[in-house]
Design a protein around this ligand. Structure first.
Ligand SMILES: C[S@@+](CC[C@H](N)C(=O)[O-])C[C@H]1O[C@@H](n2cnc3c(N)ncnc32)[C@H](O)[C@@H]1O
Ligand SMILES: Nc1nc2[nH]cc(C(=O)O)c2c(=O)[nH]1
Ligand code: SF4
Ligand SMILES: [Mg+2]
Length: 210
């Protein structure tokens, strides 16, 4: 199968339970909850997206893509190579052939998903970030990372699902510092009154790295 990839880059995982860990990012093009066009944002099922996932390059098959990913890991530095597969929505393109090819290169595989599309088996770390009004296909995994606040979602709903970690991540609104501050305070207040939940900051944005 051919894959449409917006970008490949090497950085630190900025969010969630693996924040601070070096990782190669594989960002797939396309999402099922927004076209990616600004003109459609207001009517999108997921209107607060912080990511450009339109366009990019085609890879002819799993071996070609996995080889390009593996080539980004620094030689001789040690550590367990990690790829974070994101998007857009990775559930649209991620398949068993790509999982196998990435594992062949010794990569640990983490996925960032909105949870609405079933994923192939074999992923090492599954992060589900639920979106208001969207039913979940993936109801178990390593972490829930809920962008907060979001109207129409009660976080306690996810506590019945077997995830290892529960994170709230402040909803970023570029250019609106009052909203940013309010969203951060809402997350802090919720974590203090519901201690099962932990704060996930987007540390790459704080650091100014990709
Ligand atoms: C761009 S999404 C791609 C993966 C997948 N489509 C998803 O939504 O989980 C990567 C992560 O960024 C989060 N995110 C998107 N927009 C955000 C924003 N404005 N503020 C904070 N987190 C955001 C998503 O919820 C998700 O956890
Ligand atoms: N550094 C960094 N960490 C991230 N964790 C999840 C990201 C994403 O866009 O899925 C992301 C991202 O875009 N950059
Ligand atoms: S589901 Fe993920 S990629 Fe799609 S619009 Fe929402 S945050 Fe962006
Ligand atoms: Mg991001």
């Amino acid at each position: 199968m051919a894959y449409k990839v917006k970008e490949l880059f090497y950085t630190l995982q900025g969010e969630g339970g693996q924040a601070g860990r070096a990782a190669i990012f594989l960002r797939f093009a396309g999402c099922n909850l927004w076209s990616g066009r600004e003109a459609d944002r207001a009517t999108a099922q997921c209107p607060f997206c912080d990511t450009d996932f339109v366009g990019g390059d085609k890879y002819a098959d799993a071996d070609a893509l996995a080889g390009a990913v593996a080539a980004l890991w620094p030689k001789g530095g040690g550590g367990q190579p990690l790829v974070v597969i994101t998007g857009g929505e990775p559930g649209l393109q991620l398949d068993e052939a790509l999982i196998q090819a990435l594992h062949f290169w010794g990569l640990e595989i983490a996925v960032e998903t909105n949870g609405t599309i079933s994923l192939p088996p074999g992923i090492d770390w599954v992060c589900v970030s639920p979106k208001a009004g969207q039913d979940l296909e993936t109801v178990a995994g390593d972490e829930i990372k809920l962008v907060w606040p979001q109207d129409g979602i009660d976080p306690t709903r996810f506590e019945k699902m077997p995830f290892r970690h529960y994170f709230l991540q402040p909803k970023d609104v570029p250019g609106d510092s009052a909203a940013q501050a309010a969203h951060l305070q809402a997350c802090v207040a919720y974590c203090l009154t519901h201690p099962r939940w932990r704060l996930s900051l987007q540390t790459h944005k704080i650091l100014g790295i990709p």
